[in-house]
Design a protein around this ligand. Structure first.
Ligand code: C2E
Ligand code: CA
Ligand code: CA
Length: 313
């Protein structure tokens, strides 16, 4: 008889709770130690975590928030606001869909809170599908209202790396009679960090399907230039931090001008986001950025308001 030998590596996540500091009864102390163990697991595994007051309550809150988010996703409880993208002179060129969630339990929850939560609990792909459907819906409504602009949708790394996504995205556009050329997918460098080979495969499939691809948040995070070499994006969106203070800080201005010149030499369209002050405009114009987006131009707003505002013009 053959025996197979395999080497197993074990690791443990440990949660600690003390009596009487973390509970009056054995059950309470154990329950808190359990919560600390889950915290050790979610903050990187192979760790020891000491229970801290409020941990169990915040975990319960998180669990109920996830359940609430799942319900909202399944029952049309998410909304997609639109923020315009403009030429520096203020002519509307496109729009970005931004997800909004008003929870029945927690009230308005910021995307910075619920998007990462959705990612940890594998709900982000559902949000991506809803966003694409909303984009198709808005584009067909705009078409009938005599105003047609391309719309951008944010797509999570999980979704981009899903090998069926390109096919699915194409299907959603076809079902709504919308050309993928009218939809720009905004993604971040995290897809390359997660899985470089699959990222390229997925991006090529999306490109072949006709979608425009934008690298979002450039200038935050690592912003490795090798990503720009390995894939030809159509658009790079400069993070707000890259334009902050360019009108008062020479170092910030040099960095901004150098990066825009480099992106232009790669034939990329450059979009500056987070434009809050008119002082930036002459510098953005001089650097020849294609589009600008930010509170100076407008806040994200519900579709109806967006169409009403821009149709008037
Ligand atoms: P993002 O894709 O970089 O979107 C731009 C964010 O900056 C939005 O925040 C927008 O409201 C905000 N913003 C726009 N102009 C200005 C400005 O002039 N100043 C400042 N300070 N902020 C400005 P929001 O809507 O809170 O979204 C935050 C992030 O959540 C987004 O960053 C994106 O990463 C994510 N997100 C939003 N909607 C979706 C979605 O449908 N799917 C996915 N996967 N992520 C989304
Ligand atoms: Ca974005
Ligand atoms: Ca961004």
């Amino acid at each position: 008889m053959m025996t197979t030998e395999a080497e197993l590596n074990l690791s443990a996540s440990i949660g600690l709770a003390n009596y009487p500091m973390h509970g009056d009864t054995i059950d309470e102390v154990l329950q808190n130690a359990d919560a600390a163990m889950y915290q050790a697991k979610t903050t990187g595994k192979g760790r020891v975590y000491l229970y801290q007051h409020g941990l169990l309550e915040s975990m319960k809150e998180r669990v109920s928030m996830v359940a609430d988010l799942r319900r909202s996703i399944n029952h049309g409880g998410l909304d997609f606001y639109v923020q315009g993208k403009f030429s520096v002179d203020g002519i509307l060129r496109g729009g970005e869909l931004l997800c909004r969630w008003r929870s029945s339990i927690s009230g308005t929850v910021a995307p910075a809170v619920f998007i990462p939560l959705a990612e940890t609990h594998q709900l982000d792909k559902n949000i991506g599908i809803l966003a694409l459907e909303a984009a198709c819906d808005y584009i067909s409504m705009m078409e009938t209202q005599g105003m047609l602009i391309p719309l951008s949708v944010n797509v999570s790394a999980n979704q981009i790396l899903d090998k069926n996504f390109a096919q699915l995205a194409k299907k959603i556009c076809a079902a709504n009679n919308i050309s993928p050329h009218l939809i720009e997918l905004e993604l971040t460098e995290s897809i390359f960090i997660r899985d470089h080979k699959n990222a390229l495969r997925s991006l090529n499939a999306l490109r072949t399907a006709g979608f425009r691809l934008a690298l979002d948040d450039f200038g935050s995070g690592f912003s490795s230039l090798s990503y720009l070499r390995s894939f030809n994006f159509e658009v790079v969106k400069l993070d707000r931090s890259l334009i902050t203070d360019i009108h008062t800080d020479n170092k910030a201005l040099s960095l901004f001008q150098g990066i825009v010149a480099m992106l232009h030499s790669l034939q990329l369209d450059v979009v500056a986001e987070g434009v809050e002050h008119p002082e930036y405009l002459p510098l953005l114009k001089e650097a020849n950025v294609s589009q600008v987006q930010g509170f100076y131009y407008e806040q994200p707003m519900p579709y109806d308001q967006f169409i009403q505002k821009h149709q008037k013009r």
